[in-house]
Write a protein that binds this ligand. Structure first.
Ligand code: HEC
Length: 160
């Protein structure tokens, strides 16, 4: 148990330090002349963000990585995931760093991710497959909106 906390602590530290998706508010002002896609791509830059200015969506995403990694470790130990331990986090209802992301395609990708997430707990005998599908739905949205954390997300699949 002590070790688990250590791991979670270290992971959280990594997430904080890398702060991959962060985008300074001044930057989005500077980007207003560019296309919507360009301003979203600002998410790709790896800057260390003012911790007092971290938006709720970014905070939830950090928890989602921690949870996904914890699920991965459990699956690798052949443990059955408990849906009560991993409630779905409704990140799409809270404020993002860049409000431009809140467009129909984002909500559609959120819906697909939520479906893939809930599906995982319905298949205790095929957890690897459904876990990987769930992570694929993280990747699918991040390709469109926030490529910075992809490097980290791409380490989450099992056997991949
Ligand atoms: C529907 C789109 C979407 C899905 C699905 C999604 N993300 Fe994100 N993610 C985002 C957006 C947008 C941000 C930027 C949030 C912000 O800065 O407020 C983000 C930010 C992040 C960050 C960076 C947080 C930081 O430190 O600033 C990580 C890491 C992350 N997501 C991981 C994940 C993981 C893991 C999953 C799947 C379990 C996932 N995301 C699913 C859109 C998505």
């Amino acid at each position: 148990m002590k070790n688990l906390f250590k791991v979670i602590f270290v992971l959280y530290g990594l997430v904080l330090v890398q702060s991959a998706c962060s985008q300074a508010p001044e930057k989005s002002v500077a980007n207003t002349e560019q296309s919507n896609k360009d301003s979203l791509a600002a998410c790709a830059t790896e800057t260390i963000m003012d911790p007092n200015n971290t938006k709720p969506m970014a905070l939830m995403m950090r928890q989602m990585v921690i949870n996904a990694d914890s699920m991965k470790q459990q699956i690798l130990r052949n443990e059955t995931l408990d849906s009560l331990k991993y409630p779905f986090i409704k990140f799409y209802l809270v404020e993002p760093t860049d409000p431009n992301v809140l467009e129909p395609n984002f909500f559609e990708k959120s819906r697909l991710h939520q479906a893939a997430y809930l599906e995982l707990f319905k298949h205790p005998k095929e957890q690897v497959k459904y876990y990987n599908l769930m992570i694929a739905s993280c990747v699918s949205c991040h390709k469109d909106y926030c490529s910075g954390p992809l490097k980290r997300i791409n380490k989450l699949p099992i056997n991949g």
